[in-house]
Design a protein around this ligand. Structure first.
Ligand SMILES: CC(=O)N[C@@H](CC(=O)O)C(=O)O
Ligand SMILES: [Zn+2]
Length: 315
């Protein structure tokens, strides 16, 4: 990366992949990627190789999140370096295969961009999940989409939390972009969710093409939600949950949550209140896949992130 007066010049993004089915029951990505594997014209852009890819075919076949373990937590150095054995868990073998095809993770040979399409049962709308606040290229891409489709067209969840961050499937690429869209039940295809996912991706790919053609994107500020904490359900002495998301919190993803606001309702009718420090912005509220991860919702803090200007590096 070299700097110029108002920003940074970066190499073109030549190799891009769109992953669907990292979780086999999140049907928007599965459906769109299956269409684009048959006919990729919609996602092709001049000068860019765009590869639609089903990331966990065995889980997709069984319409489950995963077979043996969560693929989207499997891209750790330990797992990627395990010696190949027949009896390795399904998602360990798949993670090593993806690393071979689109990585190696952290190397100069890795794909430039991976868009990893997810669905959530939470009322999150379209959310970019980013893992690098210093990635000006992707911050500028999101800003371009927000300027084109409207500031409320998507949210940005930034996960750089020392304990809560995880090694995602998309992290094998130089620029990892999670696109989380909901609410959508697991195993279900909703037309409104598919439509908004398709539209966001169109403008993301358009941005890459404009950047590669030499368009400069001026420095800007982007509003993001920084992952702050994970909140589990209240549990009884057996470890079973003893309360549900309170009706005043349900579906209020991204709305301010203040100390003293209701967050849980116990099964015998008592209200449990939020006792955190100051106002936070909850999301992933009542995500079905997170019950096993002991997560009822996460809290975030709003932040304005500066993005440097970006333009293509020609030499
Ligand atoms: C509901 C869901 O699967 N969300 C994704 C978020 C991400 O891609 O970072 C996950 O937990 O892996
Ligand atoms: Zn997912």
């Amino acid at each position: 990366m070299t700097t110029y007066l108002n920003g940074v010049s970066l190499p073109p993004s030549k190799r891009v992949s769109i992953f669907g089915g990292t979780h086999g029951n999140e049907m928007t990505g599965v459906t769109l990627v299956r269409q684009w594997i048959k006919n990729g014209a919609e996602v092709q852009r001049a000068g860019v190789l765009v590869t639609p890819f089903i990331a966990n075919p065995k889980a997709v076949e069984r319409r489950v999140r995963y077979i043996d373990q969560d693929l989207n937590r499997a891209f750790t150095p330990e797992i990627l370096s395990l010696v190949e054995r027949k009896d390795l868990p399904c998602e360990v073998k798949q993670a090593q295969e993806i690393n071979r095809l689109f990585g190696p993770k952290g190397s100069k040979d890795a794909y430039d961009v991976i868009f990893d399409l997810h669905n959530t049962t939470s009322n999150m709308g379209c959310t970019f999940i980013l893992e690098n606040s210093g990635d000006d290229f992707i911050l500028q891409m999101v800003n371009y989409i927000k300027c084109t489709l409207g500031q409320s067209s998507c949210h940005v969840l930034l996960n750089e939390h020392p304990e809560l961050k995880y090694e995602t499937t998309r992290s094998v690429a130089k620029h990892a972009v999670g696109l989380e869209v909901g609410p959508q039940p697991q195993g279900v295809i909703r037309s409104d969710i598919l439509k908004s996912t398709r539209q966001i991706l169109k403008y993301a790919l358009d941005f890459i093409q404009l950047f590669n053609k030499g368009e400069e994107f001026a420095a800007c500020d982007l509003e993001v939600y920084v992952l702050d904490a994970s909140v589990d359900y209240p549990r009884d002495q057996h470890g079973d949950i003893s309360a549900m998301i309170h009706p005043h919190l349900q579906d209020r993803d991204w709305q301010p949550l203040c100390p003293g606001d209701a967050i849980f309702l116990t099964f015998d009718g008592k209200t449990i209140y939020y006792e955190g420090e100051g106002t936070v912005y909850p999301t992933f509220i009542n995500e079905a896949a997170y019950y096993e991860k002991h997560r009822a919702f996460v809290t975030t803090r709003k932040k304005v992130l500066p993005a440097k200007g970006v333009k293509i590096r020609t030499v």
